[in-house]
Ligand binder design. Sequence first.
Ligand code: ADP
Ligand code: ZN
Length: 215
Amino acid sequence: MKLILLGAPGAGKGTVAKLLTKLDGSVQISTGDILRGAVQAGTELGKQAEDYMKRGDLVPDELIMGIMESRLQEPDCEKGFLLDGFPRTIPQAEALKELLQKLGIKLDMAVNIDVPREVILDRLTTRRTCSNPECQAIYNVKSNPPKKEGVCDKCGSPVIQRDDETVEAINHRLETYNEKTAPLIGFYEKEGLLVTVNATSSEDVIAAIKEKLGQ
Ligand code: ADP
Ligand code: ZN
């Protein structure tokens, strides 16, 4: 399947994407994971992105399009892909449309995961992430803690709170979402690709996506 996952930070895009990869071998492409990996590895891309990310600001569109243009042409995308955290702005959505046309790729749909704001705030403050850039497993101190406190179940690396998960940075990310990313809902509605799912459990979101895909 070839999907865009839309939704506020904390809506569960990453969790849903990881579950969907198990269905048909589609790959998860998370620009956030790619950028955090680059920051930790200290690459040129990481150096350019780091300050924006710490503040909870978006990284410039040109950097993101550079990443995505090459990522979408890797062979593992042939079976399908789940775009998680991209596109984030109208210019990114327009550039993606052009890129997909150039590559001859057709999207199935853009899924808007719509979760109430209280749930989002609670999730973001209690979220923890595996610090290993190759893993980046997501936990929640209340609803899904690692078996051993502070240690990733999957790879044994320390599980940490992200730099951009302070209350200030979270509020800023949500403002940025409302201002820059929420307009994509209208964009994909016009494209005839939008599907909105009102669900707070990832299983319900998956079930709704399967139904829409006719599976
Ligand atoms: P979340 O969805 O929880 O906010 P992400 O992991 O998707 O987190 O993104 C973390 C940060 O990485 C964002 O706050 C932003 O700085 C940067 N980022 C990720 N994807 C994009 C994108 N498509 N465009 C611009 N910045 C991005
Ligand atoms: Zn891990």
